[in-house]
Ligand binder design. Structure first.
Ligand SMILES: Cc1cc2nc3c(=O)[nH]c(=O)nc-3n(C[C@H](O)[C@H](O)[C@H](O)COP(=O)(O)OP(=O)(O)OC[C@H]3O[C@@H](n4cnc5c(N)ncnc54)[C@H](O)[C@@H]3O)c2cc1C
Length: 456
């Protein structure tokens, strides 16, 4: 069977998973398909409180900063989204000047870097995106529906995807088929497309993993946006000698979140007193005095993230017509770098560009190649950042040491700090950090101490 260049028709697209990637993708697809159905296993209509988690998004109670690149990509999908979020209570912050950032024990100079972020909880952000997506007349949401598998035609190893099987209500019998010209798997880290492809007789995409064992513990507090004056966030990374870091950040409507994180076998406290003691060992005194008098709004939530994963669909020679994967289903990096939303939104924009371009190559090949290019920098930045805490082998040791020198250089030189923050916000290419002026600054730094943390 010859693979077609594109979905044979553009009547109906189905997106599986209504997380950030699914919502952005479904909205983009309405520009190219007559109808788009967004299928979600959880019941998701209505708004949820700051610290709440629905079953399909257990990371929801933890800090979810929308970095500058993510803001710009999302604006392409939902024009005016930033103003809408701010009008509904989200906080805007230029992270270069309005946050205190400390990496490897070096506090960066506070100076504008042109990196405006949206600060709000994950349930808030999802609700805003969902509200915008559901305004699109071509888009309909099927929440509370369980995906059972793909509907395919053709012989093994050549088959194409023609739709999905659903249980209309989670856990109930009585299957239903949704026929589709394109199915996009946006089901997050637990995505099923790999297993489904194997059942269809295709190879699974090669998978790359970086074992990091990061644990998060988070809690929300009632505090006004100006609790720290003009500062909207304090971010303190783990160091070579202390495998713990934290973020204290303003969120929507008079709330702040504390997200502690730790590497390796280090267990974070899950009780209120222990949580504050752990924060006190990392945070500056003004943060602690605010926290000690603030009202906690939710129980402490804990989340474990064992490894970064990227699935190399771009390396497959054969891929079924009518199927794609996007967002965390494709590439998910250490959440400490706040890359996931940027990548998900960028991939959705790229998918729209691939559909508009109608190239000679099959859609899957074009999309996975451009998505790979778009995720490569984040994958490597996060990997090198992880090496700086847990080097295992010669090149990781050298790269990790270079990263620690870069942090020291940024603390001493505002221009290097700005270049660093723009790369870490994915606004500029990390190649900007390889410029001679930055390299010279790095060479002038004393040799940084070696880390002792192990991922396992
Ligand atoms: C602790 C933590 C903190 C993070 N902080 C940040 C941050 O500060 N900034 C940032 O940019 N990113 C952050 N991220 C990453 C971010 O959460 C994701 O990368 C981003 O949301 C994109 O994910 P996604 O939409 O692909 O998947 P998800 O958000 O996981 O959504 C997947 C969706 O698929 C649904 N689903 C699953 N299975 C099925 C099924 N069988 N049928 C139907 N639906 C299904 C789920 O219910 C869910 O709605 C963080 C991640 C973690 C773990």
């Amino acid at each position: 069977m010859r693979r077609s260049e594109d979905p044979a028709a553009r009547d109906h697209a189905v997106v599986l998973g209504a997380g950030i990637a699914g919502l952005c993708t479904a909205a983009v697809l309405t520009r190219h398909f007559t109808r788009v159905t967004l299928v979600e296993r959880d019941r998701i209509k209505g708004r949820r409180a700051v610290g709440s988690a629905r079953r399909g998004v257990p990371q929801s109670p933890h800090i979810h900063t929308v970095l500058a690149h993510a803001v710009r990509q999302m604006e392409q999908v939902f024009p005016g989204l930033t103003d809408q979020c701010l009008a509904n209570g989200a906080v805007s912050a230029e992270l270069g000047s309005q946050s205190r950032i400390t990496y490897h024990g070096h506090m960066l100079p506070q100076r504008s870097a042109g990196i405006d972020a949206i600060m709000a909880s994950r349930p808030f952000l999802e609700a805003e995106l969902r509200e915008r997506a559901l305004r699109l007349t071509a888009l309909s949401l099927r929440d509370g529906a369980e995906v059972t598998g793909l509907v395919t035609d053709g012989t093994r190893g050549e088959a194409a995807v023609r739709g999905v099987g659903l249980y209309p209500r989670r856990g109930q019998a009585g299957g239903e088929v949704l026929e589709a010209d394109l199915v996009v798997d946006a089901m997050g880290r637990g995505a099923r497309s790999g297993a489904w492809m194997e059942q269809m007789g295709y190879r699974r995409a090669p998978e790359e993993r970086t074992r990091i064992n990061v644990t998060y513990a988070s809690r929300h507090f009632a505090l006004p946006p100006d609790a720290l004056g003009a500062d909207r966030a304090v971010m303190i990374g783990a160091t070579a000698s202390r495998p713990r870091g934290m973020v204290f950040a303003a969120q929507e409507n008079g709330t702040w979140v504390v997200s502690l994180h730790s590497y390796g076998n280090d267990r974070l406290p899950e009780d209120g007193q222990g949580f504050l003691e752990c924060a006190a060992a990392i945070a500056p005194p003004d943060v602690m005095s605010e926290l000690r008098r603030a009202e906690p709004l939710d129980p402490i939530a804990v989340y474990r993230f064992p490894c970064g994963v990227r699935r190399r669909y771009d390396r497959l020679k054969h891929f079924p017509d009518g199927l794609l994967a996007i967002g965390d289903a494709l590439c998910s990096v250490n959440p400490v770098y706040g890359a996931g939303i940027s990548l998900a939104a960028r991939e959705a924009v790229l998918l729209g560009e691939c559909l508009a371009a109608k190239g000679a190559e099959p859609l899957a090949r074009r999309f996975f190649a451009s998505a790979h290019d778009a995720t490569h920098a984040a994958w490597w930045l996060s990997k090198i950042g992880d090496y700086s805490l847990m080097p295992n082998g010669l090149s990781p040791r050298l790269l990790g040491s270079a990263f620690r020198r870069l942090m020291a250089a940024a603390a001493n030189d505002p221009k290097t700090a700005s270049a660093l923050l723009r790369s870490l916000s994915f606004v500029d290419s990390p190649l900007e950090l390889a410029r001679p002026r930055v390299l010279r600054q790095m060479l002038h730094q004393p040799t940084p101490p070696r880390p002792r943390t192990k991922a396992k």
